[in-house]
Design a protein. Structure first.
Length: 742
């Protein structure tokens, strides 16, 4: 179809639907709910059956194991048989069949001994056996006997294993390997972790391989956060996945929606009961059978006052990932209906990256999806403009039709201050991209974008993953954060071990692009103290200590079982530097970190953190966690609930300036944008903002996300309160919310 015809069709569509009311769009019968959900469940089942496990190393590892077991019996010679037996053992380990894997690996090593194979030729097999024993220890203790301290380094207290045999056997093998290859930093790191699991770090570790105690020190003495997920119904065991937190039933309490990426894994919905517990509402929601999704995020796409959910599927599956996404409409009665088809959002490209934003500023949030093109599949990105709850793909006329790449993260916001939200894409393996929004064409709903990447200077890192826009230094300009994920280049544990031993590995540090206010950015990571290489996946930002500066948490790791590296928390030191507070705050979980959300679950004015843990392989499951914020500081806060009228109802994209009076009489400004935060994790859309030692809020200025860019000003707002502010109204509505303890 030509560009002219696309635009003509789009304009005709808007004209034909211009009198469609929100009320009409929001009336959904039970039959329609069942029909939409049933159609999606059928499509998911069809997609699942089409996936060839031999083409996707992360899928059905038990089927892959059986494949190699069969090949063993058909091998033409002993060499082929041992190769297939090794692959069989490896896939058993990935499938979670650890004891069986160990038995096979022991057989192979014994066979090598009988053939008098040189030790260097068996190094890799012995590494795998050590990892299998270490994994056995994890399964027996961290997973089988999970407690609040499980797998958080430095491992201490209840986190120390009761069943020690797996770690002890791993230690014996790792020490023999290091005698042969003392420079193997991956093995050095894993040896120290193994000793830690049995309570013998640091004193029990041989001096020549012992990591210094300073390894696990923090830059700032942050109070410890406690994992309170146990007995709350939310510590679900699963694989990698996404999370949204928001008030999905409008009772003034933040709820949780979580996913796990296997297509058979059920999406979960937990309602906050307001007494320290959560209720699994999945069955009552009508979504049984709606499954899968490496990432999820949320928005009120139809302006009805109820938060809806987007599930993103197919990431990393390449040509096997042609699986539909899901748009779940919140019906306002505790149920959700899959409206993917009827809303116009059905597509089948592999993805985990999307951003909601009102790109044409017409009062309805639009959707940009970053898809994953690879050597095996061409998957264009997609821009869907929203016409009162219905969507149309306008990618080509918007100037975005030529984007191809392994898009792993997408963020949006107005980086140049012209009132039109822009796009930033994190693309693994090639230059990241910044597209500036030219605004709406006259008398049309269309917007166009232009690539300003080179001028802005925001291309790196080349191997990147999560990203977001924020104002980390409170200067009124949106900055850009993008984190690396050096897949295929480095090993996570080896990289961390090398860095801790003083060997700098350049190019794999997070990037903070500081907005200069003239369309260009300064790369500031080194200046800000972010020098450690990371393998970042899930992530998000918030304010740990209510000082008014935005901190961030990175879910780290890689698919390999050896990637037992800590998830990382960084505190923002008033925009001057970022301080590593991973170990002081007890955030250093060594299971794979994915979706992250910051939010005030207990209505006490500080932000807690929910984190999805689990890996990619079939057997790499773990329990999700909720870190309760201990408070213990004198800082004040305010929580803002914004409601648009001309703007989209949940005010996504609104820019907020808070002016607060400090004890010395000075005024301090705090700047925020309403969004769900990172590209891999979804914060609440209420603005939970720290105020430091401010004694009062003298003024709140809101630039609403509409074409007119209306500005509202509210004065003399009470601190430590929940406040609803509505576009076009001068009144301030204080909400009475009761706090509670977990």
């Amino acid at each position: 179809m030509s560009r002219f015809l696309i635009i003509f069709s789009f304009l005709s569509f808007f004209a034909c639907n211009s009198d469609t009311s929100t009320d009409t769009l929001n009336k959904t019968t039970k039959a329609e709910i069942d029909d939409g959900n049933a159609k999606m469940i059928e499509m998911l089942q069809e997609a699942y059956l089409k996936i060839d496990p031999m083409q996707v190393s992360y899928f059905k590892n038990i089927s892959r194991a059986e494949h190699y077991k069969t090949k063993m019996g058909l091998a033409a010679n002993k060499s082929e048989e041992i190769r297939d037996q090794s692959l069989y053992a490896y896939e058993l380990l990935l499938a979670g069949k650890t004891t069986q894997s160990i038995m096979e690996l022991e057989k192979i090593i014994e066979l090598f001994r009988s053939f008098k194979v040189e030790p260097k030729m068996t190094y890799g097999t012995r590494q795998l056996l050590a990892m299998a024993y270490l994994r056995m220890g994890e399964q027996d203790n961290c997973i089988g006997k999970n407690n609040p301290e499980s797998c958080i380094i430095p491992i201490q207290g209840e986190g120390i294993y009761n069943l020690k045999s797996g770690s002890e056997r791993a230690i014996n093998i790792y020490e023999s390997l290091l005698k042969e290859n003392p420079e193997d930093m991956e093995t050095v790191w894993l040896l120290n972790i193994a000793y830690m699991t049995i309570g013998k770090y640091p004193d029990g570790v041989p001096a020549k391989w012992k990591l210094p105690a300073k390894t696990f020190k923090s830059d700032y003495k942050l109070p410890a956060f406690k994992n309170v997920s146990a007995n709350k119904n939310i510590g679900i065991q699963g694989l990698s996945g996404g999370v949204c937190i928001d008030d999905f039933n409008n009772d003034g309490l933040l709820d949780i929606v979580s996913s796990s990426w296997d297509l058979k894994d059920q999406i979960k919905i937990f309602f906050n009961k307001g007494d320290g517990n959560f209720e699994d509402h999945t069955s009552e929601s009508g979504l049984i059978g709606i499954s899968g999704g490496l990432n999820i995020n949320h928005a009120d796409y139809n302006n009805d006052g109820h938060m809806d959910i987007l599930i993103l599927r197919g990431a990393w599956f390449l040509d096997q990932g042609q699986i539909p996404n899901s748009l779940l409409k919140n019906n306002g009665d505790g149920t959700f209906s899959d409206v993917t088809i009827e809303s116009g959002l059905l597509s089948k490209y592999p993805t985990q990256a999307a951003t909601w934003m009102d790109f044409n500023q017409d009062g309805w949030v639009d959707l940009f999806i970053g898809n994953e093109t690879s050597s095996k599949i061409q998957a264009p990105c997609e821009l869907f403009l929203n016409n009162k709850g219905k969507f149309i793909n306008t990618t080509n006329p918007a100037g975005l039709g030529k984007i191809r790449g392994l898009v792993k993260g997408v963020s949006s916001g107005d980086v140049n201050g012209d009132g039109w939200p822009d796009l930033y894409l994190s693309i693994m393996g090639s230059s990241n991209k910044l597209f500036i929004n030219n605004g709406r064409k006259e008398n049309t709903p269309m917007v166009t974008f232009v690539d300003q990447t080179e001028k802005a200077g925001v291309q790196e890192p080349i191997l990147s993953f999560p990203t977001w826009m924020w104002d980390y230094n409170n200067d009124g300009h949106l900055d850009i954060f993008v984190a690396p994920y050096p897949m295929g280049k480095l090993k996570a544990a080896a990289t961390l071990g090398s860095a801790l031993n003083g060997k700098t590995i350049e190019g794999y540090q997070p990037r903070v692009y500081t907005n200069k206010g003239d369309g260009t950015f300064t790369e500031s990571s080194s200046t800000l103290g972010l020098n450690e290489p990371v393998f970042a996946m899930g992530s998000n930002y918030g304010d740990l200590d209510n000082d008014g500066s935005l901190d961030f948490y990175l879910g780290t790791g890689a698919p390999s079982y050896t990637a037992l590296v800590p998830n990382k928390m960084y505190r923002n030191n008033q925009g001057e530097s970022f301080q590593d507070v991973t170990y002081a705050g007890r955030f250093g979980h060594i299971q794979k970190g994915h979706g992250v959300s910051f939010g005030d679950f207990d209505n006490d004015g500080d932000q807690d953190i929910f984190h999805i843990l689990g890996g990619a392989y079939q057997g790499d499951i773990f329990n999700d966690i909720l870190f309760e914020n201990p408070g213990n500081n004198k800082n004040n806060w305010i929580t803002l609930i914004l409601e648009g009228t001309n703007s989209n109802k949940s005010a996504i994209g609104a820019r907020v300036k808070i002016s607060a009076k400090m004890p010395d009489g000075s005024t301090k400004h705090f700047y925020h944008m309403v969004s769900t935060g990172s590209s891999f994790g979804s914060n609440s859309l209420q603005l939970e903002t720290g105020l430091g030692l401010a004694t009062r809020v003298s003024e709140i200025e809101i630039k609403w996300p509409s074409e007119k860019s209306t500005i509202s000003t509210f004065r003399d707002i009470k601190i430590n309160s929940f406040v609803k502010l509505k576009e076009g109204k001068s009144e301030v509505e204080y909400q009475d919310r009761k706090s509670f303890s977990f």
